[in-house]
Design a protein around this ligand. Structure first.
Ligand code: T68
Length: 796
């Protein structure tokens, strides 16, 4: 497409789709017109892919996920369709600012963190690899809350990305599926009919996901909850307007909000309803499609692979059995076998508080037939394995992790360490019964968004050096290695990083009114706020460092900017205190005339995908400092390494694999191993002991306790200080001393010529962390699916 063709397409949509005249168009109208012009280019390859899936009778992958953290889509589509020149040219011609237009798009925050972002990277990789697939989730009216700071405190505001029209979706009113809850069960022999007492409708909305060079397009189908019966005209006519609207409001509640919690099960009926709602709608849609093509349900596992992203869709097991057994008349054991061969399950956490369990009473009330089937699945499992332990039901609770395991033919962890710990801890017994079921698929990230699009400077340098093949064959980055000896390459590598830092510094100055020196180390920790991720350890180190600079301001300190980003779950009190402490520390440090040249703290609010795309390319140092054994994998860690940041990190999650690949000398390692953590925890005095041994740590904690950062309320942080001194489950104190040592090693290395070599090695050796590699692994080890044959690029 030429710039002038693009311009005509934009003008056409402005007038005929949006009904706007050039003279009155707002930035919103231009952005929508550009989006529609780009979307038009997606439709043909997208339809082409669908047609080929049907014509070739290809096996399809169905990715069921409560979350798809897709972020903005316009730039992604432009890049994958290679329309940058056309779009930029058209915008210039129209006198519009291209960057500003891209920034106008709301960030679709349909996820909490890593789990949801992984699903989004997987969707893009499946399209790039021409793996016929469909993502299924919920079209939340309100995504993850918007975070604002007020007096340093986190304030949550509703996120309303749907206030404006969403340019990328196609409404599918004809894809409307009835979903029921509650009611009673009528058993007929071993089968049963379920008569729900409450019904609503799941309506589909399709977003095309286009792969690199437009060679394939899959669909993300998100369900919206609609009432079965519209509003009540009789009540309305009597003047009872609120009551008339009630059924509609109640039904719609199901797709109203994304639960803002990435750790604790909400225990909310609504959450269980959401889970059943989207899982049941998706399964019905899958079976409908299957039955339109094939007439033998026994072939389901050959033609469909259904992935459960965490346990949120775990009800898929019993629901699929119900559809096959109760509704299609298949024998129960056969139905379980077919369901199991079709389903697989990804585990994302070992934290006991994050493993879903539902009260049997609640489950029986909402899903009476499913509870019966869960009992039978359990009995069958006991019979098959000769086990006498009831596995999926315990103490009046249904354990969704165990249920998912039993109903899946493969269960995967998301990093080598995590998979190993799964076998040894949460799924120890089940693993002994099914020793080949657990497999590892280390996470990955899409290089299109997380390098090509977010870091154009580094991308251009890479392409100039080794050609463009790396974009969909990321392991080609290793061809950069010989160039790491070349001083002109290194200079250009350093210049790209520096220019990214200058851009970020300008944004900090303009948007946050904080000035930082781009010569400083940009030290970044961005992720959900959680005790296991230990933002508070990073803060304590910052405070200790600050106190040391104050003691001796003229000692030639290496300047540093500590950058934080992340949201705390609204109900997680301790995490919210960490948020506030970060802001309070920033306030004191940034205005300290003795130290602020050397140390600043920046905490931009409302961390999201778009902010990550801004911060990661400008980072020198990536903080991956979770308590070993607690972070299942991490994916931010991969994005940073890929963009030439060095990691300071523990041997946790995928850090282990990153360090193996980029080599120990290019990684700042510290802290206890997962085994050491478990050992040390047995000593109840671990925190006090660590504090007694490290005067810097003691002083930092005392400074927090003293009210130095909250003079107007000196007791504000007693909670944090007491927790660290007496409890410290996440071993902040015991790892602090080594963390400090590693941080000073960073100071020593930064600014030396070798730093750029180390950074370049991180980029060159991160090719394995492409989500393309991960998806190939799922296709081979779990889905038994092949890419569509002979696919051609639609865009060059
Ligand atoms: C993350 N999990 C892991 N959970 O913490 C991270 N949980 O190590 C890993 O890299 C990532 O998954 C991808 O595998 C999450 O992000 C959630 O967000 C979540 C949401 C709702 C309920 C429970």
């Amino acid at each position: 497409m030429t710039p002038s063709e693009m311009k005509n397409a934009i003008l056409h949509h402005l007038v005929y789709t949006l009904g706007k005249d050039v003279s009155t168009a707002h930035i919103y109208d231009w952005r929508m017109a550009l989006s529609f012009a780009v979307r038009d280019q997606i439709v043909d390859p997208w339809f082409g892919a669908t047609r080929r899936s049907y014509a070739g009778k290809l096996k399809r992958v169905y990715y069921l996920s409560m979350e798809f953290l897709i972020g903005r889509l316009l730039k992604d589509a432009i890049i994958n369709l290679r329309l940058e020149d056309a779009a930029l040219g058209a915008m210039n011609d129209l006198g519009l600012n291209y960057e500003q237009i891209l920034e106008d798009e709301p960030d679709a925050a349909l996820g909490n963190g890593g789990l949801g972002r992984l699903a989004a990277c997987f969707m893009e990789s499946m399209s790039t690899l021409a793996c016929p697939a469909m993502g299924y989730g919920i079209r939340y009216e309100h995504g993850l809350f918007r975070q604002r700071f007020e007096d340093g405190r986190q304030v949550e505001e509703p996120e309303d990305w749907l206030n404006q029209r969403h340019a990328w979706e196609f409404e599918r009113p004809e894809v409307a599926i009835d979903i029921g809850f509650g009611g009673h069960v009528q058993e007929i022999g071993k089968r049963a009919n379920w008569y729900p007492s409450e019904m609503l409708i799941a309506m589909g909305h399709d977003t095309p996901v286009i792969g690199w060079k437009g060679r394939w397009g899959n669909t993300l189908r998100l369900w919206e909850a609609r009432p079965m019966h519209g509003f009540d005209l009789q009540r309305f006519n009597r003047g009872d307007y609120a009551a008339a609207a009630e059924p509609e409001a109640l039904a719609r509640t199901l797709s109203r909000v994304l639960y803002p919690d990435d750790t604790t099960e909400q225990g909310k009926e609504l959450r269980l309803k959401q889970e059943f709602f989207f899982t049941a709608a998706s399964l019905r849609d899958i079976l409908r499609r299957f039955e339109s093509e094939y007439n033998d349900l026994k072939r389901l596992p050959q033609k469909a692979a259904i992935q459960m992203n965490d346990t949120h869709p775990a009800i898929a097991g019993p629901e699929l059995v119900r559809l096959l057994h109760d509704e299609r008349g298949m024998d129960f054991e056969e139905a379980v076998g077919i369901a199991r061969n079709t389903l697989s399950y990804t585990n994302h956490t070992l934290l006991p508080e994050a493993l879903e369990r539902w009260d049997e009473g609640l489950m029986g009330r909402l899903l009476p037939r499913h509870l019966q089937l869960i009992y039978r699945i359990n009995e069958l499992h006991m019979k098959d394995t000769g086990s006498r332990k009831v596995t999926a039901v315990e103490d009046g609770h249904v354990k969704m992790g165990e249920l998912s395991f039993i109903m899946a033919h493969k269960v995967n962890g998301v990093s080598a360490l995590h998979t190993d710990l799964m076998k040894k801890t949460v799924f120890k017994d089940l693993h002994e019964q099914h020793p080949t079921r657990i497999v590892n698929e280390t996470n990955g990230v899409t290089p299109r968004r997380w390098l090509l699009s977010c870091n154009p400077r580094l991308s251009s340098l890479i392409t100039e050096t080794i050609g463009e093949g790396w974009v969909d064959n990321l392991e080609q980055l290793e061809r950069l290695e010989p160039h790491i000896k070349d001083s002109s390459f290194l200079e250009r590598f350093a210049a790209a990083k520096r220019a990214n830092k200058v851009d970020l510094a300008r944004w900090f100055a303009d948007d946050l009114k904080i000035s930082v020196d781009p010569e400083s180390i940009f030290d970044v920790q961005i992720k959900r706020i959680h005790e296991y991720k230990r933002q508070h350890m990073n803060l304590l180190e910052t405070i200790a460092h600050w106190l040391e600079i104050r003691d001796n301001p003229n000692a030639g300190w290496v300047p540093r900017v500590k950058i934080f980003g992340g949201k705390a779950a609204p109900g997680y009190v301790f995490a919210k205190e960490i948020v506030r402490l970060t802001n309070d520390v920033a306030k004191v440090l940034n205005s300290d005339p003795l130290t602020s040249r050397y140390l600043k703290v920046v905490y931009p609010p409302n961390y999201n995908v778009s902010l990550a795309e801004r911060l990661i390319p400008a980072a020198d140092l990536s903080e991956q400092i979770s308590t070993a054994g607690k972070e299942a994998s991490g994916t931010g860690n991969m994005k940073f390494a890929l963009n030439g940041a060095l990691t300071i990190g523990t041997l946790d999650g995928a850090n282990v694999e990153i360090r193996d690949l980029v080599k120990a000398e290019n990684f700042f390692l510290f802290g206890m191993t997962a085994e050491e953590v478990m050992e040390r925890r047995k000593d109840s005095g671990h925190a006090a002991e660590a504090i007694a041994k490290d005067s810097r740590l003691a002083r930092a904690i005392e400074t927090v306790r003293s009210g130095r950062f909250s003079p107007e309320e000196p007791g504000r942080y007693h909670g944090i200080a007491d927790n660290l001194t007496h409890h410290d489950y996440f071993m902040v104190c015991s790892d602090f001393t080594d963390f400090w040592r590693a941080q000073r090693e960073v100071d020593g290395a930064f600014g030396k010529p070798n730093w750029t070599c180390m950074a370049a090695y991180n980029t060159a050796r991160s090719g394995w962390f492409s989500s393309d590699r991960t998806i190939r692994g799922y296709m081979a080890d779990i889905w038994n699916a092949a890419p569509a044959p002979e696919v051609e690029d639609a865009a060059e």
